[in-house]
Design a protein around this ligand. Structure first.
Ligand SMILES: [Zn+2]
Length: 364
C-alpha cells in the first residue's frame, strides 16, 4: 500500500512532508498571512488552550473564525491544549488538576478557571473553524513512572472515544462539503507495550491521522528515536503521522526518514527572533539530509563579523529577506531592536524550513 502524499481538508489539500509554524494565539509573531505565504508556508498550528483564554472562543467566532481572523486561507491545525495544560499542572498543582472527566486549570495571574473536557475541546475546535482537530490526550514525560504512563494511556483512550463521539455528533448537526479531520494522539512514554495498546485502541476508534504524543526528547535532549520509529510501525502507512512539537531541522529530517509527514514547532521562529538564523551548508540531497550531519549551519546575526557583510543570510535562499537585504543590514536592525528585524529574520527561517521539507519530499 502506498501512502498518500496529501490530505484533503476544508481549506484545500495539505501536501507532505510539511512543517507548520506555531501561530499559538492566532499569529506567528512578527509576520502576517501574506508573509507566511511568501515563505511558502502551507499550513499553521494554532492552540485550543491559548485561544480559549485569549481572545476567547466567542471573540474568535465573532471575528469569523480562525481563517478570517488571521486572513490565512490555507489549512489550520488546532492542537488540543492537552500538552499545555499538562505542562502548567506539572509546573505546580496549584494551577489545576486532571481527572477522568477532563482538565481544569487557572493560569497564573488569571481570575478565571477554565475547564477542558474532551467534548469541550472538540466543540472549541469546531467553533474556531479548524481544518484538522486534535483529540484531547493525557500527556506525560518519558521519565514519568510506569503507573503514570498506564493511567495516561487508559485516559487518553477514553478521552479519544469521547472526542470521536462529539466530533460525529457535531458533524451530523452541521454537515459540511469537506469535513474537518480528527487526529488521535499515541501516548505511552518509553514503554513499547503501552504505545502498542494506545495505537491499537485509537485505530479501532478510527481517526484520520495520528500524532506522536508526550515529550519527544529524553532528559539529555536527544530525540526518542526508538519510540518514534515504533509508533510509525504501529500506525498503518496510509495514515499521516504528526511529530507534535518537533521542529529542529535535524530532528525534522530524522523523523521524516522514519516516515513522519507533519511537523510543528515554535523553535525556528523563536530562534530567528533571538538572532539564530538557519542556513544549508553545501547542497545537501535528500539522502544527505537523512543520513549525514553537518548540513545545518547557524548564522548568529549579532556577531560583529556581520557588521559590514554585504551578502545575504544564505546566497542560495529565495526568501524575501535574502532577495533584498544583507547580513550587515539585519545586524544593524537587530542592534536597533527594530521590529523589521523580527519580521525579516522570521521570514528567512520559515523559508529555510519550507525549503527543507521541499527537499525531504523531492524524491531520490
Ligand atoms: Zn533567506
Amino acid at each position: 500500500m502506498t501512502e498518500p502524499a496529501s490530505l484533503q481538508t476544508p481549506s484545500g489539500a495539505l501536501h507532505y512532508p510539511v512543517y507548520l509554524p506555531d501561530a499559538t494565539f492566532g499569529v506567528v509573531r512578527g509576520v502576517d498571512a501574506r508573509d507566511l505565504q511568501d515563505c511558502r508556508v502551507r499550513a499553521v498550528v494554532m492552540n485550543t488552550y491559548h485561544l480559549m483564554q485569549k481572545p476567547g472562543a466567542t471573540t474568535v467566532q465573532a471575528l469569523g473564525g480562525l481563517h478570517q481572523m488571521s486572513a490565512f486561507p490555507l489549512p489550520i491545525i488546532t492542537d488540543s491544549g492537552g500538552f499545555q495544560a499538562y505542562s502548567l499542572i506539572r509546573q505546580s498543582a496549584r494551577f489545576g488538576k486532571m481527572t477522568d472527566n477532563g482538565i481544569s486549570f487557572r493560569p497564573e495571574g488569571s481570575q478565571r478557571k477554565f475547564d477542558l473536557t474532551p467534548e469541550k475541546c472538540v466543540q472549541l475546535q469546531f467553533r474556531y473553524g479548524s481544518d484538522i482537530l486534535i483529540a484531547l490526550d493525557d500527556c506525560t514525560h518519558s521519565d514519568d513512572s510506569l503507573t503514570e504512563q498506564k493511567i495516561s494511556v487508559e485516559r487518553t483512550i477514553r478521552w479519544a472515544k469521547r472526542c470521536k463521539a462529539e466530533y460525529n455528533r457535531l458533524l451530523s448537526q452541521h454537515p459540511r462539503p469537506v469535513k474537518p479531520l480528527l487526529f488521535g494522539v499515541v501516548q505511552g512514554g518509553s514503554h513499547p507495550e503501552l504505545r502498542r495498546q494506545c495505537a491499537d485502541a485509537l485505530l479501532e476508534i478510527g481517526f484520520d491521522g495520528f500524532g506522536f504524543g508526550g515529550w519527544p526528547l529524553d532528559s539529555q535532549g536527544n530525540l526518542l528515536t526508538e519510540m518514534i520509529a515504533l509508533v510509525r510501525a504501529l500506525i498503518p502507512p496510509q495514515y499521516p503521522l504528526h511529530a507534535l512539537g518537533i521542529g529542529h531541522p535535524v530532528n525534522v529530517a530524522r523523523c521524516s526518514a522514519l516516515g513522519y509527514q507533519i511537523f510543528d514547532s515554535a523553535m525556528p521562529t523563536r530562534d530567528a527572533r533571538h538572532g539564530r538564523l538557519y542556513t544549508f551548508q553545501g547542497q545537501p540531497t535528500r539522502q544527505d539530509l537523512f543520513q549525514k550531519d553537518g548540513w545545518l549551519k547557524y548564522v548568529y546575526i549579532q556577531d560583529e563579523l556581520h557588521t559590514k557583510a554585504d551578502q545575504p543570510i544564505e546566497s542560495g535562499c529565495d526568501c524575501p529577506t535574502c532577495q533584498h537585504y544583507s547580513r550587515g543590514y539585519l545586524h544593524h536592525l537587530q542592534d536597533l531592536d527594530d521590529h523589521l528585524y523580527y519580521r525579516l529574520a522570521t521570514m528567512h527561517n520559515l523559508r529555510f524550513m519550507t525549503r527543507l521539507t521541499e527537499k525531504l519530499g523531492a524524491g531520490d
